[in-house]
Design a protein around this ligand. Sequence first.
Ligand code: ATP
Ligand code: MG
Length: 352
Amino acid sequence: MWDFAGRDTAIDLGSATVRMHVRDRGVVAREPSLLARCLHTGKILALGLPAQEMAGRNPDVRLVRPIREGAPTETDEAEYLMRALVRTHHKRRYTARPRLVVTVPSGMSSVHYRALQFSAFQAGARRLTLVPTPIAAAVGMGLTSSGRPEIVVVADIGADITDIGVISFGGLVTSHTALVGGSSLDRAIVALVRREHKVRISPASAEAAKLEVGAVPPIGRRPLRQTVVHGRDLTTGLPRGIVLTTADVARAIAAPVAEIVAAIQRGLSGCGPEISGELLGVGITLTGGTARLPGLDRLIRERTGLAARIGDDTGDAAVIGAADVLRSAGSQEPPARRSSPRPHLLTTVPEQ
Ligand SMILES: Nc1ncnc2c1ncn2[C@@H]1O[C@H](COP(=O)(O)OP(=O)(O)OP(=O)(O)O)[C@@H](O)[C@H]1O
Ligand SMILES: [Mg+2]
């Protein structure tokens, strides 16, 4: 009946990648969360991959990351990004007003919460539902559905944030969000190369090195690999290549990796004694891009004593789960507006 207004749409507003799922079509977009704005006119010139390709190459362009720490910190750009995605993937581009579900960090601040609400309605949402990422990811990985009492523990280790949630009956028993993730590892690699080689490399080169040779120590019998990163020599100002081995990268990222593990320990420590013991039999399911860092699952297992396994290789779990949540909430009337601005449980916000 509402198809003329656009099909149900789920958006995972990641700090690195924004993903969109449209009902009956599946995941239709995976774009870098990035916009290119002209320095002189202020016009937005590109978004997603084309914007990323302009990085450092076009002096008239300023790159804007509208989503930081999992929240729309640049509201205008976040709204533009959501609107552009909705228009591109709906038939009635200019009248599309879909029911929208957006995943949010479980510990999102009230300021960011309102900013997201504002951006989503400006972007054309007819109705907005917010789902904490750990719940969406658990549903997307087929681990839980609302009304089931089993405990599920999910840790989403993304680019800017690590979000851990203990879930039962489709809601969060406890959760913890820490501002650490893949970008922290990239920054640590940039800092090590600067400190030890006096060469400045871009965060994108650091990320490429991490993806190529990155691993959590001890590296054990894994073969030692190496890669070359290029940057600017700080003394001569000239381009220079530096060889980085798995051991170099492991040494660089040791501190933020320890922070990720500490965040997961903290998330688990919020459980009451009734379920704390049960967690040992449950284990942790990992999702998010950084969970794929070789050896991280082993380190989490060692430090928490809980079985940790990677539950999602594609990174799509949260957006697919959010779409499922919207589908199952479809027949229900929107609940009354919550007085607390923090979306600890599934929250539907009527338009103001
Ligand atoms: N194989 C891999 N090994 C290590 N890190 C990886 C791997 N693949 C992706 N990453 C890192 O994962 C991060 C992106 O993960 P993801 O797509 O889950 O983030 P996001 O959802 O956009 O961000 P957030 O959830 O923090 O807002 C990047 O920092 C990327 O470098
Ligand atoms: Mg994410």
